[in-house]
Design a protein around this ligand. Structure first.
Ligand code: CMP
Length: 139
């Protein structure tokens, strides 16, 4: 089934000029980038986006990392896009990520892991709506 998922190319990756290389992995995997914008997240935006992690010990570090430099927010479209992008990203901790995945190729550590992708179709809809309107998405 054709789905849309939400992606963030994180500060550790934009700082190292890896946006194009990461987009190439995404496109080579058969996912289409149907919306994309470079943005500097505010503290409030990052806190809201990661609200479900607010009780975690790493929450403060997560928010400060995500606001430390620009990110690229994206909508990806394709067959089974949510699960497909999670495969393409690889495990959250790059030490556990499979060969050829974005995190294996580029991530520095679990906190600076280069990309975020939605973990379910419901969350994809919620996350997309935080950054894009329907008019921004050109499928
Ligand atoms: P992401 O997919 O963006 O969702 C939550 C993020 O929290 C996750 O990727 C990691 O970057 C980050 N994270 C998860 N576990 C840890 C940890 N133990 N220490 C620091 N950051 C973490």
């Amino acid at each position: 089934m054709t789905e849309r998922t939400f992606s963030i190319i994180k500060p550790d990756a934009t700082e190292r000029n890896l946006t194009g290389k990461i987009n190439a992995v995404i496109e080579d995997a058969g996912l289409r980038i149907v919306a994309q914008r470079r943005v500097r997240l505010s503290q409030a935006q990052a806190e809201k986006f990661y609200e479900i992690h607010k009780e975690r010990p790493f929450f403060g570090e997560l928010v400060s990392t995500m606001t430390s430099a620009p990110v690229v927010v994206q909508v990806l479209e394709g067959d089974n896009a949510v699960a497909r992008y999670r495969e393409v990203m690889g495990a959250t901790n790059p030490d556990n990520a499979a060969e050829g995945t974005i995190r294996k190729l580029f991530a520095k550590n679990v906190g600076e892991n280069s990309v975020h992708g939605s973990d379910s179709l419901d969350n994809a809809k919620i996350e997309i709506a935080q950054f894009f309107t329907d008019a921004d998405i050109v499928g």
